[in-house]
Write a protein that binds this ligand. Structure first.
Ligand code: PMP
Length: 387
């Protein structure tokens, strides 16, 4: 139950285990082409240009920066935690003049503060983290993307902890890059960097003054390959991770079958019910309100007087693996639970019941069943309209 790698569907793992074919075998070309088409559906970006490359979410972040940012460009980084700061580090490597707007822990950056920055400086691009996995805070990308358009600035969304779990409408919202890694809500073992670039992003890249500083990330190397696979033609730049791509096709088809709207609703309802359960057990959350709480993970403080590592160790004995804190300044005072991808109410019931027992054993004053009752009530209220 960590926020990635998640639990994968058996069909996806089965696809991973198939005999590895040639990267130019007709059936593999078909799988790759299908992945490109299905990514556009999941990203809601019929006009976007997908890229599928061996690597991790960080490579997808790096690829967007390498191709779109040149020395001395101004870039605004909007940070809601650890991964916002990582984006600043990446962009600094390309010689940009970077400004970071950092939210307090558990909060989002004020829209007015973003607009003031954009108005006062000619930014080429801004970055934002949809869900910062270190805090569980979710940013609403739409108004920020609209502001970016108003000031002729590219918008780059780190969707590593949101794509295929949270609502994203890349084209409607006008976001220029939406990127992720495979191991989260997209539902494929770690190893794929996935990115969709808008037409405008491709134009900005085509009009660069200098060549791209990273050989592996350069879209000049990848775009002809991606286009060839989409047209079902063999091609080669770097050997694609054949098994991961076949697994991606399998997972994207599962996502397509569920439907993105239903999938987002499932994530939303389970997240709300889970937090109702945790609240009944007297947990406080890092995000300051429900409105900015992610549907893909929850970050909660350990209750006062409860030894965090003892709590996680007890859950681990029940086979439930949770993640500790990630923000250096608060690392030992909170923990994180992932609930994305194939997650079901049964998974969350298992977490809540194990947590209840562990808390009681550690002397925390809660009653067995309190968290579960709140969870059940919240789900029933939503599903049966019982008040
Ligand atoms: N951004 C966010 C929001 C993430 O959660 C992560 C991974 N936890 C990354 C970027 C980096 O992804 P990766 O570990 O796959 O490089």
């Amino acid at each position: 139950m960590i926020p990635g790698p998640i639990e994968f569907e058996p069909e996806v793992l089965h696809a991973m285990g198939r005999a590895t074919s040639s990267h130019v075998a007709p059936d593999f070309i078909e799988s790759f082409g299908t992945c490109i088409e299905l990514m556009r559906e999941v990203w809601r970006s019929p006009k976007g240009q997908p890229f599928i490359v061996a690597g991790t979410g960080t490579l997808a972040m790096d690829m967007a920066a390498a191709n779109l940012i040149e020395k001395d460009d101004r870039v605004l980084v909007i940070s809601t935690g650890y991964f916002g700061k990582r984006y600043k580090d990446i962009i600094d490597r390309y010689g940009a003049k970077t400004t970071i707007l950092e939210a307090n822990v558990g909060e989002v950056v004020d829209l007015d503060a973003i607009e003031i920055e954009l108005k006062n400086n000619a930014y080429k691009a801004l970055t934002l983290t949809h869900v910062d996995t270190s805090t569980g805070v979710r940013v609403d990308p739409e108004p920020i993307a609209k502001l970016a358009q108003k000031y002729n600035c590219l918008s780059i969304l780190d969707g590593v902890c949101s794509v295929a779990g949270e609502e994203i409408k890349q084209d409607d919202w006008g976001i220029d890059v939406v990127l992720t890694g495979s191991q989260k809500a997209i539902g494929v073992p770690p190893g794929l960097a996935l990115l969709v670039a808008s037409e405008k992003a491709i134009q900005v890249w085509e009009n660069r003054k200098t060549s791209v500083g990273s050989y592996y990330s350069d879209w000049n190397n990848w775009l002809p390959i991606i286009k060839a696979y989409e047209e079902r033609r063999p091609s080669y730049f770097g050997t694609p991770p054949v098994n991961l791509i076949v697994a991606l096709e399998t997972s994207l088809k599962i996502i397509q079958k569920e439907g993105m709207e239903t999938r987002v609703k499932r994530h939303r309802e389970l997240a709300r019910a889970f937090r109702a359960g945790l609240a009944a057990l007297k947990f406080d959350f890092l995000p300051k309100s429900n409105e900015i709480s992610a549907n893909t993970l929850t970050a909660a403080y350990y209750p006062e007087g409860v030894d965090g590592s003892a709590l996680l160790a007890k859950l681990s004995k029940d086979g439930i693996i949770l993640a500790g804190g990630l923000l250096p300044e608060l690392k030992t005072s909170y923990f994180r639970i992932g609930h994305m991808g194939s997650v079901s109410s049964n998974d969350l019931i298992a977490v809540l019941s194990s947590l209840e027992r562990a808390l009681i054993e550690l002397g925390h004053p809660v009653k067995a069943g309190e968290g579960l009752q709140a969870f059940q009530h919240e789900l029933l209220t939503k599903n049966l309209a019982i008040v």
